[in-house]
Ligand binder design. Structure first.
Ligand SMILES: Cc1cc2nc3c(=O)[nH]c(=O)nc-3n(C[C@H](O)[C@H](O)[C@H](O)COP(=O)(O)OP(=O)(O)OC[C@H]3O[C@@H](n4cnc5c(N)ncnc54)[C@H](O)[C@@H]3O)c2cc1C
Length: 699
């Protein structure tokens, strides 16, 4: 081996055999799973997460060995310079070490991406400690434990490489194997915890689920602390899905087709999840969501600042669509008096509600780092970090409810668990703080993760004509993308029934070259969007019962004009010109449109079975086309819970004191998001949050 720096990739390649041997022990398999490759295909591995946990444990053990070995006299190394990285608190910490045959000769540490006044300034100090001690097993620098741990890990990795041990923790090897996204629970020295707080109930995360839990705790009179990573709360979303609310019942009086058979709905959600779901959780949503909507809608309406609407629409009832729509959506809208008042939000209304009740405290800019457990495994609180000055706080709580959202912005987790989603989407710019930190904390505490890893994605993202999908590509919101216009692949061919749930289209797209398709529409698109009778947030026209849609056609078209300006949407006078603008083969495309128009004229889709009212021809200039890919909204798999929302372990037993709801919890979705149940994600999140708190109150 030369004295040159040995890259992580060449090291991984060189030690492929080592990985094979670890895989043979059942350590490195079953990762990188997605819907078509369920992690549970291994009977041994209960989930990819537990496999990752096992991997982390195995690598920890190997690191121990590496550390011990580095200290032992007589140890030999292959001379050279080695480098490794490990996750710190805000960046990848890098360690570069030079070895001769028997010792560490030089150490360079780069923590410059860490918090400047804390981890960012320890590089020289820790490098010297490693060199002086000839070991990675140095004492952590007080106040910078997480950064110190990352340095120790990366240094141990370098030692392992130099001594030929079968271990690697660096991040691109993790991406290659999908193994190291979990890491190990941070060790926070008692001396680093400078604040301690007691509460009966701790709610972690103040988004959709956190708010429903907080309001339920306010009603139940429980002494509650709510911590939220950001400086302000995340509000609730536009559509809340439920069955049996008073608003829905009112609509049904006039529109009997909106009536929902609960068992049929439950069966359909189970079918969407192809069985990888907890039947009882879905029944619980079906049974309690109407009451949830009445309760939360009541709080909003009583403020005088909001009113609720039931979104009454199930599509064009003349036709039996392949995928049935359920009128489950409910939306809060501001009353006329407050419509333009930017200070009035659902969060401001809820905050006032809690202030009146007097039993809720909020602590913002505070992120959970890990859960604290007693010897029996019961969760007794958390260690959190104040984001303003990075001090640690210990929060002792009788019960902890996690509502920290999913992991859409955690690239390591996404690469490892959802590689296909990474191929379909563009860079995640949803302003989300969903980084999987809550999920990781629950895994460290023994929680079990869903076996199928999947996401909610909109097929509403435009890329430029020379671009294709992929998480490194940037893109632009393209709300129109959901409309069931003609869609062609990059060869100019039609490839699916364009009418269906978001992910059906995107998964069909994943099977096409470049994981990208083109939406094609013409000058008559306005009348077609009305004729489509879309439901949920895809709808651009008032619902059948008069409820307003989330967005209307005119605002959407205005956005389209901007996309034309920016070169995303191509506008052309001829189909040939359109094909040229989109960089797709002209002849094939023209043939495809000809065939599609014939089917439209017949009123029967003999090729893909799209319903007649959605077969709209492309025959009137100007013609429009845009390359469309996925916009990632959130992840849908999380930590398994029982019907009291208690987090369960791999034996199905509850971890006492620990509850979860929303995107950090599991058992409800698999393989796709059934968006034809409008607002299902928020509906289950809020229903379960309230149920959990009511259960805690009853203890
Ligand atoms: C643009 C968009 C529109 C959507 N529209 C809808 C819709 O209309 N209807 C629907 O059903 N679904 C919708 N969804 C999905 C829906 O938002 C989620 O399923 C739902 O919000 C989940 O709620 P949650 O409480 O689990 O997570 P979130 O609402 O994301 O809240 C999680 C909170 O936890 C905080 N947090 C994260 N990590 C930590 C930590 N370590 N410590 C402390 N706090 C932390 C976050 O900052 C955040 O405030 C939409 C998603 C997006 C992105």
């Amino acid at each position: 081996m030369s004295k040159e720096t040995i890259s992580r990739r060449s090291f991984v390649k060189g030690f492929a055999a080592s990985f094979v041997s670890l895989a043979g022990l059942g350590v490195l398999n079953a990762c990188g799973n997605n819907s078509s490759q369920p992690a549970s295909s291994s009977t041994e591995a209960a989930s990819a997460a537990s496999t990752a946990a096992a991997t982390a444990a195995a690598t920890e053990a190997a690191l121990e060995a590496a550390n011990t070995a580095a200290k032992a006299a007589g140890m030999t190394f292959t001379p050279g310079t080695y480098e490794a990285t490990a996750k710190g608190i805000a960046s990848d910490v890098k360690v570069t070490m030079t070895f001769d045959e028997t010792s560490i000769k030089d150490v360079k540490v780069d923590t410059s991406g860490e918090t400047p006044e804390i981890g960012g300034k320890i590089s020289d100090e820790v490098a010297q400690k490693i060199l002086d001690g000839q070991t990675a097993d140095i004492d952590a620098i007080s106040g910078a434990t997480v950064t110190s741990d990352a340095v120790k890990k990366a240094a141990a990795d370098c030692i392992a490489q130099a001594s030929g041990q079968e271990v690697s923790l660096s991040d691109d090897s993790a991406a290659a194997t999908g193994a190291d996204w979990l890491g190990t629970k941070p060790e926070i020295a008692a001396g680093d915890i400078t604040e301690e707080v007691d509460t009966k109930l701790l709610i972690v995360g103040l988004g959709t689920g956190g708010w429903a839990a907080t309001l339920a705790a306010a009603d139940a009179g429980i002494d509650t602390l709510v911590i939220e990573k950001k400086e302000t709360p995340t509000g609730i979303r536009e559509d809340i899905g439920g069955i049996g609310s008073k608003w829905q019942k009112e609509s049904i009086k006039k529109f009997p087709e909106f009536e929902i058979d609960k068992m049929e709905a439950v069966e359909d959600i189970v079918r969407y999840g192809t069985g990888y779901v907890d039947y009882n959780l879905i029944k619980l949503w079906a049974n309690e969501s109407g009451e949830l909507v009445d309760w939360i809608g009541g709080i909003l309406e009583d403020s005088g600042k909001y009113y609720m609407q039931h979104e009454g629409g199930v599509g064009d009832t003349r036709y039996k669509e392949r995928d049935k729509a359920y009128a489950t959506g409910h939306s809060p809208h501001k009353t006329e008096e407050y419509a333009d008042d930017k200070d009035v939000t659902t969060s401001s209304v809820f905050t006032e509600y809690c202030e009146k009740k007097g039993n809720i405290k909020f602590k913002f800019s505070t992120a959970i780092v890990e859960l604290v457990q007693d010897d029996s495994g019961k969760v007794t609180g958390v260690i959190a970090q104040d984001q303003t000055d990075n001090h640690y706080v210990k929060i002792n709580a009788e019960n902890v409810l996690m509502a920290t959202g999913g992991y859409a912005t955690n690239t390591d987790m996404m690469n490892a668990l959802q590689p296909m989603t990474q191929e379909m989407k563009v860079q995640c710019r949803i302003g989300s703080t969903a980084d999987g930190s809550g999920i990781k904390a629950m895994l460290w505490a023994g929680g079990l993760m869903d076996p199928i890893h999947e996401s909610m994605m909109f097929n509403r993202c435009a890329v430029k004509p020379d671009e294709t999908a992929g998480y490194k590509t940037t893109g632009e919101w393209f709300w129109f993308g959901e409309q069931p216009f003609l869609k062609v692949n990059l060869k100019g061919e039609r490839f699916c029934n364009e009418s269906g749930p978001y992910e059906f289209m995107l998964h069909s797209m994943e099977m096409q070259p470049g994981h990208t398709y083109c939406d094609i529409f013409d000058a008559n698109n306005k009348q077609y969007t009305e004729q489509f009778q879309e439901v949920g947030c895809c709808r651009l026209w008032p619902f059948d019962n008069g409820a307003i849609s989330n967005r209307d056609y005119d605002s959407c078209w205005q956005s389209n004009e901007e996309l034309i300006e920016k070169g995303y949407i191509i506008k052309a006078d001829t189909l040939e010109e359109l094909a040229k603008g989109l960089n797709i083969p002209e002849d094939t495309f023209v043939e495809t449109v000809k065939r599609y128009n014939e089917l439209c004229a017949k009123g029967k889709d003999e090729d893909y079975g799209k319903a007649p009212h959605r077969l709209t021809p492309v025959d009137t200039a100007p013609f429009y086309g845009v390359r469309t890919v996925a916009w990632h909204l959130t992840t849908l798999d999380g930590i398994r819970i029982n019907t009291n929302m208690q987090v369960i372990d791999k034996n199905g037993d509850p971890i006492e004191g620990l509850y979860a709801t929303g995107d950090c919890s599991g058992g409800f979705f698999a393989n796709n998001y059934p968006n034809l149940f409008t607002g299902l994600a928020c509906g289950r999140t809020m229903t379960f949050a309230r149920h959990a708190v009511n259960y805690i109150a009853s203890l």
